[in-house]
Design a binder for this molecule. Structure first.
Ligand code: SF4
Length: 205
């Protein structure tokens, strides 16, 4: 039986890119830190309070992903590009194992995965010894205006959020490996493809 997973549809920047999102309890220390990205999180401050259907769906997804899903029960994704975690994040090893397996079961689709929990993904890779070529990992920096010094070697790049006054200008970046996010994802796809970009800069909204 195919796993019953809720797929989220989006507008604006993520128009035409669907996503899977798991409910997570955010780190209270990060949430309380005004310098953190989590402190400004629009899911936490708005959607988590108002969007009851979305929250219920994320909680149902969490239940489904809390168990290891057999590969033959993974759904077929009707998409060329797909996102993991446009809201929330993984919070357990089994979530990472399932996200990797879902990508493996859908080789026709490129998965852009955002996370602040790369250590769980590292454990999943060590356990299952597998990383599908259609899975693109964007590790999100936890703090505003602060690229990470260390990004795991299996990650494709880091994703850094900047305040308006601090975000680098085009002329300041090394365009071979850096990119300033400013389009719709479907017209850009930098974070959904294997390429040379190692750091994406996004202005805080
Ligand atoms: S850099 Fe491109 S793909 Fe990545 S989040 Fe921005 S618009 Fe989307």
């Amino acid at each position: 039986m195919t796993a019953d997973i809720h797929i989220s549809k989006h507008e604006a920047k993520l128009e035409d890119i669907d996503s899977i999102n798991l409910w997570c309890e955010c780190d209270p220390e990060l949430r309380a830190d005004p310098g953190s990205v989590c402190h400004k999180c629009y899911w936490y401050t708005r959607h988590r309070v108002c969007y009851h259907n979305l929250n219920d769906a994320m909680k149902r997804n969490l239940k489904v992903f809390n168990k290891l899903i057999p590969i033959d029960e993974m759904p077929w994704m009707n998409a060329a590009y797909f996102r993991y975690s446009s809201f929330g994040d993984i919070s357990k090893l089994v979530h990472a194992r399932n996200f990797i397996a879902l990508a493996a079961a859908n080789k026709h689709c490129n998965f852009g995965w955002w996370t602040k929990r790369p250590e769980l993904i590292e454990k999943a890779v060590l356990k299952d010894n597998y990383w599908p070529g259609n899975l693109v990992l964007n590790v999100s920096a936890k703090y505003l205006n602060k690229p990470m010094k260390y990004v795991p070697c299996f990650a494709d790049r880091q994703f850094v959020v900047w305040t308006k006054d601090k975000i680098p200008k085009q002329k300041q970046i090394n365009k071979e490996v850096e990119y300033i996010c400013k389009k719709q994802c479907k017209d850009c796809l930098v974070c959904y493809t294997k390429n040379n970009i190692k750091i994406v800069h996004e202005e805080l909204k």
